[in-house]
Design a protein around this ligand. Structure first.
Ligand code: PEP
Length: 251
């Protein structure tokens, strides 16, 4: 069964006091039972406190990244064991900002995927085309290569630990959203690709989130599309009210 998920990627925003305040507001205002599972991804330094603050609630805390190596001389990096040690069991991998500003390639992401899966983490695997790819009609090819090179090597069993997040780069933080039809078209393409390459069972069980300028006023329509299972939200996840309105847009 596909899970419905709304995840907030807080990026490099919110110090510890702001993180605590935002989580408090989310906890006090969130509906007792939302259709969508709620995930939040604070910065590394605030993860442990976020896990403690959300303990016993339905909110899941995720990391925004991790290193592919188990440990070693990688100054400034964070390992999978460090995440597991503070009970963070979900990680976002392949965000377009990591790909663009930190040189993360599909091959590197394949390594990160392997490390995360070997420690039983759930992965929110991000991918999506740039504006020039879409304008040149190349968006399906780009997305297919990102998935084939970064993810499709995993075993069928491991797919139950994977959530996909289609995020067209031209829609991230720009206010420019893919239309609900564009999102549905790509999500259907991805599900079909998984059906043909991996199998119908996996295709029907894998959640595919949409990300890119999702806001309270467009979430409901995007989420109403049959192959959209939720959203990965950047800017609008920094305000509890907006984020929860988006969560409530998932019916
Ligand atoms: C994101 O960074 O994953 C994202 C979707 O950002 P925004 O919602 O701000 O476009």
């Amino acid at each position: 069964m596909r899970k419905k998920i709304v995840a907030g990627n807080w990026k490099m925003n919110n110090d510890s006091a702001q993180t605590e305040a935002l989580i408090s507001e989310l906890l006090s205002k969130k509906p007792e039972h939302s259709v969508a599972k709620i995930v939040i991804a604070p910065s590394f330094v605030n993860l442990q406190a976020a896990v403690q603050q959300t303990h016993g609630t339905s909110i899941i805390v995720a990391a925004q990244n991790m290193h592919q190596a188990e440990s070693g001389a990688y100054t400034g990096e964070t390992s999978v064991g460090m995440l597991k040690g503070i009970k963070v069991n979900t990680v976002i991998l392949g965000h377009s900002e990591r790909r663009a500003y930190f040189g993360e390639t599909n091959a590197l992401l394949a390594e990160k995927v392997n490390t995360a899966l070997s420690h039983n983490l759930t992965i929110i695997f991000c991918f999506g085309e740039e504006l020039a790819d879409r304008q040149g009609g190349n968006h399906f090819n780009v997305v297919e290569s990102q998935l084939r090179e970064g993810l499709f090597h995993i075993s069928r069993e491991n797919w139950s630990s994977v959530v996909l997040a289609y995020e067209p780069v031209w829609a991230i933080g720009t206010g420019e959203t893919a239309s609900p039809e564009q999102a549905q078209e790509m999500h259907a393409f991805i599900r079909n690709l998984i059906r043909n390459e991996i199998g119908a069972g996996v295709a029907d069980a894998t959640s595919i989130l949409y990300g890119g300028s999702v806001k309270p006023d467009n979430a409901r329509e995007i989420f109403s599309k049959p192959d959209v299972d939720g959203g990965l939200i950047g800017g609008a996840s920094l305000k509890a009210g907006d984020f929860l309105e988006i969560v409530n847009g998932m019916q």
